[in-house]
Write a protein that binds this ligand. Structure first.
Ligand code: CMC
Length: 478
């Protein structure tokens, strides 16, 4: 057994006094002292002195880095980007302004914003081979598969940005390096990614509906241009509805960053191997796609469709409590109160409904939320609606197909991922991510030649046997 003794309180009476943890191993009697660092952090590596490893599946209490990009208070329902309240940014800023803030640490002045917008906009055209690549997907390909593959493919166009070709320290600064050159190389990739991603995403959308892809235009803002690429047919003077373009922009602002979530951790994980940012973003996008993360928005819609009518809600809630189903769009690892983003989405929903009419499924969602919030199962576990609960309904009302929702999450989240990429490049503590495991397998066995083996008692033996497709059954066994 380990006993711990926290010496000195969180706020030491003597400000100069260092806080530390004293840990005693009951087996060996060895005592170690572990310093408590800024941010109430202790180094897991200290436990190596006791020959112990910290086991933390799902990173329930493990910080993988220090970060100054965004801050969440899960109890109070606060989210801030670089110190600014998310509510204020959603109301007053543009998406590209927020992207600048996340990546550079400060809000831009007018000149900086103009330059930033110009740089991003000028990188929005796709190489024709990229267009050809997108066109090769099946007519009904999931747009996330198309977008993820295209982001990874994007890296193949830029040899100059590939550390595998140019050297592993390509994006790092150092005494013998021209830091301005390194910065401009980093920012070149940022402009390319922020610029081209909406074009890739819009092309994936047009592919699904069998319409020619639109090239971007420079006279519309980020979301306006995106809507243009989605919807323009032969109109000479196409303009998106400004209320809807602004509604989308607000949703993108609140989706831009959310500290160390599954996909951002993936971004940092991949980047730690010093791979190019395109591959890292493709990896992060893969993590985002999952139904427990960015894919939840799509899953909420399927859930609401399955519930169908208000009368079916109590039965559904019972099934959730019996763990037969999950209430998608509810719960969060960090928020133990209302997700502040969900409140903003509710307001945006009203703005969109004013223009397009109420999305009928909203009635089911509101009732479902009320029933869940008053049910002891959800109350005890502090489960509240998260950002995905209402976002899907807004996107449905805006006419997006459900499988496109994760794409609408991915585009803005790239700003946050890139901010973490830059921060990790600047962090002298960053090392290649290499978690440990606690090995539970067989110690050592003697190799048995194929002809002398008994049938394997594998857990999946039945699955192996039963994996015969109807097509295979039609074939002769000869
Ligand atoms: N429906 C029913 N029960 C739930 C739900 C839910 N949506 N979420 C959590 N619980 C229960 C869970 O069964 C567990 O109960 P018990 O303690 O009795 O075993 C308890 O609440 C704690 O949940 P957990 O799964 O241990 O919590 P976690 O921090 O590992 O998971 C989560 C967080 C977001 C994955 C989870 O709440 C969930 O699966 N929610 C539904 C999917 C979803 O909406 N995801 C979007 C998250 S927000 C946007 C984003 O990150 O992209």
């Amino acid at each position: 057994m380990l006993s711990t003794n926290l010496t000195s309180a969180t706020a030491p009476s003597n400000p100069g006094e260092k806080r530390f943890l004293e840990v005693k191993d009951s087996k060996t009697g060895k005592i170690i002292k572990i310093n408590v660092e800024e941010g109430n952090a202790i180094r897991s590596v200290a436990f190596e002195q006791l020959d112990l490893v910290c086991l933390d599946p799902g990173f329930m209490n493990t910080a993988i880095s220090r970060s100054s990009i965004s801050y969440i208070d899960g109890e109070k329902g606060i989210l801030r980007y670089r110190g600014y309240d998310i509510e204020e940014l959603a109301e007053k800023s543009s998406f590209l302004e927020v992207a600048f803030l996340l990546i550079n640490g400060e809000l831009p002045d007018r000149n900086q914003l103009n330059l930033w917008e110009e740089r991003v906009t000028k990188h929005s055209y796709l190489h024709e081979n990229m267009v050809t690549l997108l066109k090769q997907f099946r007519y009904d390909a999931h747009p996330m598969g198309m977008v993820i593959s295209s982001i990874a493919a994007m890296g193949t166009f830029y040899e100059d940005a590939n550390p595998s070709l140019q050297g592993s320290d390509l994006f790092l600064k150092g005494a013998d390096k021209d830091c301005v050159k390194v910065d401009s190389l980093r920012f070149k990739q940022i402009y390319r990614i922020l610029g081209k991603l909406p074009t890739i995403a819009a092309s994936a959308y047009r592919h699904r509906i069998g319409k020619p892809y639109n090239n971007p235009v420079n006279n519309l803002n980020y979301t306006g241009n995106f809507l243009y690429m989605l919807d323009r047919l032969s109109e000479v003077n196409y303009h998106p509805n400004p209320v809807l373009a602004r509604a989308l922009e607000k949703l993108w602002i609140i989706h831009a960053e959310h500290e160390m979530n599954c996909s951002t951790a993936a971004m940092r994980h991949l980047s730690s191997s010093r791979v190019d940012p395109y591959t890292s973003i493709a990896g992060a996008s893969g993590a985002l796609y999952g139904p427990l993360h960015g894919g939840a928005c799509e899953a909420v819609l399927h859930m609401l469709e399955e519930i169908g009518t208000k009368e079916n809600i109590p039965k559904f809630i019972e099934e959730v409590k019996q763990r037969k189903k999950k209430l998608m769009g509810f719960g969060h690892r960090i928020y133990r109160s209302y997700d502040p983003r969900a409140k903003i989405v509710k307001k945006v929903a009203d703005e969109v409904f004013q223009v397009l009419g109420k999305e009928p499924m909203i009635e089911i969602a509101v009732e479902l939320e009320q029933i869940a919030l008053n049910d002891p199962y959800f109350k005890e576990r502090k489960l509240y609606p998260n950002v995905d609960f209402y976002t899907g309904l807004v996107y449905k009302c805006l006419g997006f197909p459900a499988d496109y929702y994760p794409v609408l999450f991915l585009i803005p989240r790239c700003a946050g991922w890139l901010a973490h990429w830059i921060e990790s490049l600047e962090d002298p503590e960053v090392k290649i991510f290499r978690p440990k495991q606690v090995y539970t397998g067989i110690d050592h066995r003697k190799y048995v030649p194929l002809n002398h083996r008994k049938p394997a008692q594998a857990n999946n033996a039945d699955a192996l046997r039963s994996f015969i497709s109807p097509m295979s059954k039609r074939r002769s066994n000869d």
